[in-house]
Design a protein. Structure first.
Length: 285
């Protein structure tokens, strides 16, 4: 057995260890690879950035824990962007498998990092079942769908909701969605009520939403961890003193990039050793 053939039969556990080390390095020592900003993400950032203090958006947590690594960073950076601008955030959830828990966790973190005030700077209205029906009903009267917030405080007693009756009183609706709920925000809410809609979605679902953006049915799209890292970068550039911006998506992209390079190396290595082995075998014959 020649040396090339021995290298070709390298123990798979060595490959696993190299991949593990490659993923671990950017976590311990952040690399900070350059983040290239795409137009769909820039469009969402610019829309929020153009709002005035006191304007309001609806942020819908339409995803569960399994998609948290991709969508949590989007929620964190959007919430901090709004807090810095003095924009009111009305949080809702229309996803049955943990959406309301994701919202609670993100708002609690906002409280800790920026001392945001529940009921004054933001409100979490909680979860409502049957997504299309509450979406449509909120176009007439949000209070009819959410008569109280997630803590049981009546709608009329929440200061941040003063003057907010329906979509007409909001500047933007953002859905962080893992399923078809994102399409409903476009097809029902944007199409029927005319409010601007932006989407944050998992990488695997992002391509279909770019088509909605091209059709002017969505103002922008944050696609997967890369979209989250781009929004983090835009917020960090605009507000370098902002507290609590974890940059977790940016770090995740560093990990992804290093692991991809390791995988590419082993693919090339395996092919080169295969070619060398074949040539040495022919030479021996």
């Amino acid at each position: 057995m020649n040396w090339a053939h021995k290298l070709l039969l390298i123990d798979r556990r060595i490959i696993f260890v190299v991949v593990f080390v490659g993923a671990l390095i950017p976590i311990i020592w952040p690399i900070g690879l350059a983040v290239q900003i795409s137009p769909p993400v820039k469009a969402v950032f610019d829309r929020v950035e153009a709002m005035k203090p006191g304007d309001a958006i609806m942020l819908s947590f339409d995803y569960g824990p399994s998609d948290g690594p991709e969508l949590d960073p989007m929620a964190n950076s959007i919430l901090r962007h709004c807090a810095k601008k003095g924009i009111k955030v009305i949080g809702v959830s229309l996803f049955p498998l943990g959406g309301v828990e994701m919202a609670i966790a993100r708002f609690m973190q906002l409280d800790t990092d920026l001392k945001a005030r529940n009921g004054i700077d933001y409100v979490n209205l909680g979860y409502k079942d049957g997504a299309p029906a509450p979406m449509k009903a909120m176009g007439d009267r949000i209070e009819s769908v959410f008569p109280c917030d997630a803590n049981g405080v009546p709608y009329s007693e929440i200061p941040v909701l003063e003057g907010i009756r329906s979509y007409d009183d909001l500047e933007l609706a953002i859905s962080l969605a893992t399923s078809i709920i994102g399409e409903w925000w476009i097809n029902l809410v944007n199409a029927q009520f005319g409010i601007d809609v932006a989407l944050g979605t998992t990488a695997v679902s992002a391509p279909k939403y770019y088509a909605f953006m091209e059709a002017k049915q969505a103002i922008g799209v944050l696609g997967g961890m890369k979209g989250g890292s781009e929004y983090e970068e835009l917020v960090a550039r605009a507000y370098p003193d902002l507290k609590g911006l974890s940059r977790s998506a940016t770090m995740g992209m560093d990990v992804q990039s290093v692991v991809h390079l390791v995988i590419i190396f082993f693919i090339l290595f395996g092919n080169v050793m295969f070619i060398v082995t074949k040539r040495m075998t022919r030479g021996a014959n």
